[in-house]
Design a protein around this ligand. Structure first.
Ligand code: BEZ
Ligand code: FE
Length: 628
């Protein structure tokens, strides 16, 4: 089951040929009588509306500049307007919305392109080269009159780019986080209609059936745009239009296949639906080929974009996070823009689609007893398949990965856990640790367990020297365990472990008998405990296995910053596993397992006799707090 929410916008839609004639009735239906007519080609509407029109404004402009809106607003005030009728493309509709936003007046939209704005609660406005958007259900036009006859005169070039703009709404709706079955169907139908009608329109611009098909597709795509959130493509077009003056619909036409290729592996379902609507197998390539065949621009260069502006566009488009199927990085987005600037044919082309296979494998987990198992395995498979597809992985590369993992497993023993090391050095242990334990800033941060903890260390009384007879700089540690209110936690069980002066844990030294440099202490009535030991030093994690090979192959060192390990358990409290790092020690900035946290770096000052000392208060959380 895929749960969803669906918020439809209420608007009245009149669709047909010659429907412009219905305008006077529609104005009356709203109860209005003083129309401001917006749009450059509105003579016929003015004729039809006759005395209902009290003012006209024809100088609409792309991206809805606020100065233009202000001029039209003056007319609204001067003529006591009670209804806005916009005729034209997205710019006319946009002006109607901008005025509605400032006056609350009802709007009737008569779209003559395929932009879809008439179906959305959003208006994008530009001021000083920055485009901002506002969204309010009250901005959706009350009535939309689609008159297919008005689109007959839409030049082929604009029909094509505007149609591709509409297709972009449907494409991004299919992989939107708000996607739902109704919108999916609108989107797929919109794509099929536009993909089949645009080539006919390119040949015979006055073919009424093809025009009706395209306008229906544009309406459905407009519903998609108005109902669910869009992703990278819309963000990029918004940035390119608002901050670089790129023309609206040609920019959509150029960008769409490139953004699709970027998202393809992360949105296999959407790609399959798009491909099927287009009667193709490779969705991004099919959209590129369609645009090229229709004579649409295929590169940002031909639209006049300077390649020097691409990095700034990429960083503007990634400045704020927003939903997109594939993670957004400035580098990733820059590569999308570069491909679009050159006009490359998107690169999933020629690669077999593995989406069906991914789906079959994911579906095979449906019978799992635990839904969480099905979710985790399904997502893992999707991402691994995406990884294989995105990188066009070769058989040799995959075999090398299998060999690596095999050797990792073969090295594991009761005293050597190479898989934990792999997880640690890839930052996965720290990622899981952060997600699990860093939700309550008022507690002492946790840190990775590492592979050298041994269950049930020897219980020792306060003041014991854990390093009895071993060389090293003497250390005295005084610690306190408190709850979130700062009250002492008595009787906490505190396991401590560390490496010796040469950087080895006892389990790494087979000649040693019994546990060394590890112990279990208990806090007293004041929550305190203390012990003696030696100052921990930096040490390399074991690097004689596959993990060491990986570190060397990537130019990384194997060192951990000097630290003491603690595991603190007390009845009624969450167990805290953490480490204290020696301030000023080496590798604090490049710890091989990404385990250092600022709040865990503490001073170890020297006492008068040269003994180093450390004092630290651990704040632990009650059981049941978050992941507890
Ligand atoms: C440790 O601190 O003991 C450790 C943690 C992760 C990997 C290797 C060692
Ligand atoms: Fe350690």
């Amino acid at each position: 089951m895929e749960p969803f929410e669906y918020n439809a916008h209420a608007s009245r839609v009149i669709f047909g040929a010659g429907t412009l004639g219905r305008l006077p009735d529609e104005v009356a239906r709203i109860g209005a009588a003083r129309v401001l007519l917006l749009g450059g080609r509105s003579d016929r509407a003015a004729e039809l509306l006759g005395p209902l029109v009290v003012a006209r404004f024809e100088q609409v402009a792309m991206h809805t500049p606020v100065e233009v809106t202000e001029q039209a607003l003056a007319l609204v005030r001067e003529h006591d307007v009670d209804c806005l009728v916009s005729i034209g493309g997205g710019s006319s509709t946009g002006l109607g919305k901008a005025l509605a936003a400032r006056t609350g007046l009802p709007q009737i939209a008569v779209p003559t392109t395929y932009a879809g704005s008439e179906m959305t609660p959003v208006v994008g406005e530009t001021s000083d080269g920055e485009k901002t958007t506002r969204s309010d259900p009250a901005l959706v036009p009350r009535t939309v009159v689609y008159d297919v006859e008005l689109t007959l005169g839409l030049p082929v070039e604009l029909s094509v780019t505007s149609g591709l703009n509409a297709m972009a709404h449907a494409v991004e709706a299919l992989y939107s986080p708000q996607a739902n079955p109704a919108v999916d169907n609108f989107a797929q139908d919109a794509l099929a209609r536009l993909a089949r009608s645009l080539p006919v329109i390119a040949e015979r611009p006055d073919d009424l059936d093809a025009r009706a098909d395209a306008l229906t597709g544009a309406w459905l795509a407009g519903i998609c745009l108005g109902t669910v959130g869009m992703g990278l493509h819309h963000k990029l077009c918004h940035v390119l239009g608002g901050s670089f003056g790129m023309p609206h619909s040609p920019t959509h036409a150029v960008m769409l296949p490139h953004v699709m290729a970027y998202n393809a592996a992360a949105a296999p379902d959407a790609m399959r639906r798009i491909a099927s609507a287009l009667g193709a197998t490779d969705a991004p390539a099919a959209v590129f080929d369609l645009a090229a065949r229709l004579g649409a621009p295929t590169s940002l260069e031909e639209l006049g974009m300077s390649s020097g502006d691409l990095p700034r566009a990429a960083s503007l488009a990634t400045a704020q996070p927003y939903p997109n199927p594939r993670a957004l990085t400035p580098e990733g987005v820059l590569s999308v823009l570069e491909g679009a600037w050159r006009g490359d044919r998107p690169s999933t082309a020629g690669r077999p689609d593995i989406g069906w296979l991914t789906d079959e494998v994911v579906a095979s987990f449906a019978g799992a007893a635990s839904p969480r198992t099905a979710q985790l395995l399904g997502d893992l498979v999707r991402r691994l398949h995406g990884f294989v597809a995105d990188n066009d992985l070769t058989e040799d590369e995959w075999q090398a990965a299998i060999d690596f993992l095999t050797r990792t497993g073969q090295l594991c023993s009761p005293t050597r856990q190479e898989f934990v090391l792999l997880s640690d050095t890839l930052g996965i242990s720290s990622a899981v640790d952060l997600l699990t334990n860093s939700r309550s800033p008022e507690t002492t941060p946790s840190a990775v367990l590492g592979p050298f903890y041994v269950e049930g260390p020897p219980a020792v009384p306060a003041g014991t020297n854990l390093a009895e007879g071993l060389p090293g700089v003497p250390l005295r540690a005084d610690v306190r365990i408190v709850d979130l209110d700062g009250r002492p936690v008595p009787d906490a069980v505190v396991d401590v472990w560390q490496s010796n002066q040469d950087g080895f844990y006892d389990v790494q030294l087979p000649e040693l008998e019994g546990p060394v440099l590890r112990a279990r202490l208990r806090s007293d009535a004041d929550g305190r405990l203390w012990f003696r030991s030696i100052l921990p030093s930096e040490y390399p994690i074991p690097d004689d296995g596959p993990v060491g090979q990986m570190l060397r192959a990537t130019g990384r060192h194997p060192y951990r910053a000097p630290h003491l390990h603690f595991m603190i358990s007390a009845p009624g409290f969450r167990r805290l596993i953490t480490q204290l790092f020696v301030a000023g020690g080496p590798y604090l900035d490049s710890d091989a397992v990404f385990g250092v946290k600022d709040d865990l770096i503490v001073e170890f000052p020297a006492a008068a006799d040269g003994t180093r000392t450390v004092e630290f208060t651990f704040r632990i959380a009650p059981q049941g707090d978050h992941h507890g």
